[in-house]
Design a protein around this ligand. Sequence first.
Ligand SMILES: Cc1cc2nc3c(=O)[nH]c(=O)nc-3n(C[C@H](O)[C@H](O)[C@H](O)COP(=O)(O)O)c2cc1C
Length: 239
Amino acid sequence: MTLKTTLEYRRAVREYLPTPIDPNVVKECLKLATLAPTSSNMQLYELYHITNKAILTRLAKACLSQKSATTADQMVVFVVRPDLHRVRAKSVFEFEKQNVATYSPANKVAGRIKKFDQYYNYLMPLIYSQKPFVPVARSTLACVVQKLRPMQADLSYDDMRVVMHKSCGLVAQTFMLAMAEQGLDTCPMEGFDGVYVKEILALPKEAEITMVVSCGLRSEHGVWGERYRVPFDVVYRSL
Ligand SMILES: Cc1cc2nc3c(=O)[nH]c(=O)nc-3n(C[C@H](O)[C@H](O)[C@H](O)COP(=O)(O)O)c2cc1C
């Protein structure tokens, strides 16, 4: 499939055939999904691939028993993990250190490593910290600096939640396109009870669910008619 045919093929599928799909293909699509970009390359997400029938039944109930969930052969839960920010920052830093050592001219190595060190070992922990008063202090400081020069000032706790969910949403979309390219179907769902989903997956309290994606092969009635999009001119602005 070309990208165009893949994009046209992908639809939100609300009912699947009882035919099983290969979990290894789904897993490969999830591997491809990790190529999606994330903010500061922090990759603050986890992918829960559910194939166990008993867990699927519980999860479908937590997805408000939507037919897309109750008929799915497998499901993937896209989870954000703000609590992993130090671990992720450290691993990105270690990797980038090697990149700099390999690809930078010798006279630039120390300076570039210092910048990565400041970014991942000091700035990221500060930006993602949820300790009491830190989010308020950093957004107040940002508001002051913003009066003097442009800066990325959306630094409250909820702003950082948006940052993580945005990145995780890109991972989910990349997954759905990879599945479509294999002729497999999906439906993104935010119609779920997050408390139940977190309990089923035994997630820590800091984790949040970006979306649940059901997977399978579309039934005859799986797609609800033609695809509706507002006219392109309504959303397109050329400056
Ligand atoms: C973040 C998000 C959450 C969604 N949640 C649900 C859902 O809970 N149940 C559902 O049936 N469809 C859900 N959808 C699917 C949309 O309704 C669907 O993508 C939209 O109607 C466009 O149809 P298409 O995907 O076939 O182009 C969701 C889509 C997105 C992006």
